[in-house]
Write a protein that binds this ligand. Structure first.
Ligand code: HEM
Length: 212
């Protein structure tokens, strides 16, 4: 059971932060907007804490947009129908293995306006959430087999991303431009970056905040 929790929580959380960070390096104007929100809400004298998360709507929108475009479990976990059902006119017999393709749902142009664009603003002022009630965005699944660690997972990734952005100035290595940053994916149980992300960080807060 403990192994399930570690296996279920580690890669999914890390992959989400890596994708969010990649998208921000790819879109410097969104990066800047996120940094401005952090400077306004947190200031420059401390790190971001869990209690700050509800006051960071743009960081929250970045996480949702990341989960839409790069769901860490593109097919969720395999499910299994326990009784005969009819969905959208299709007969699904009991005992069928069901895979939910959240990757395709996240890029469906009948649901999302310009789905290929990374635009966190699409979530600002909208009720849509990642908690299994809005079927167009199901990064944690839904129903009884939904991810049991989603509250922890969400807090960990929001806090990690927020502190990486708040605490450091970032640039791509070897004078790489945002356009040159490779965003290819590898499909698997989790969608990883084909080429691991490399970025160079420099402190942006006063030295005492780092305990120096
Ligand atoms: C951002 C982080 C995370 C994401 C995106 C994520 C995503 C998911 C998804 C999509 C599923 C399958 C749900 C389904 O098929 O309906 C799942 C299952 C699961 N997750 Fe997570 N998860 C995350 C974090 C965590 C954490 C932190 C833990 C534990 C501490 C955890 C433990 C599990 C376990 C044990 C299952 C299997 C549940 C079952 O089969 O009944 N996950 N997760």
């Amino acid at each position: 059971m403990i192994q399930d929790l570690i296996a279920g929580g580690k890669e999914s959380s890390a992959v989400n932060v890596e994708w969010a960070f990649s998208e921000l390096l790819k879109h410097p104007q969104i990066f800047e907007k996120a940094t401005k929100e952090l400077d306004k809400v947190i200031g420059k004298e401390r790190w971001v804490e869990e209690k700050d998360i509800p006051n960071l709507p743009f960081i929250n929108a970045i996480m949702k947009e990341t989960m839409r475009v790069h769901p860490s479990s593109p097919m969720l976990a395999p499910h299994f129908t326990r009784e005969d059902s009819v969905i959208d006119g299709y007969d699904i017999p009991a005992g069928t293995r069901v895979l939910i393709n959240t990757w395709t749902i996240g890029r469906d142009p009948t649901i999302w306006d310009t789905p290929e664009e990374f635009r966190p603003e699409r979530f600002i002022g909208r009720e849509i959430d990642v908690k299994g009630q809005d079927f167009e965005l199901l990064p944690f699944g839904s129903g009884r087999r939904m991810c049991p660690g989603y509250t922890l997972g969400l807090k960990v990734i929001q806090l990690t991303l927020a502190n990486l952005l708040h605490g450091f100035k970032w640039k791509l290595p070897d004078k790489m431009t945002p356009e040159e940053l490779n965003m290819e994916e590898i499909f698997g149980l989790a969608i990883m970056r084909k080429i691991p992300l490399e970025a160079i960080g420099e402190p942006r807060l006063p030295a005492h905040v780092y305990g120096v």
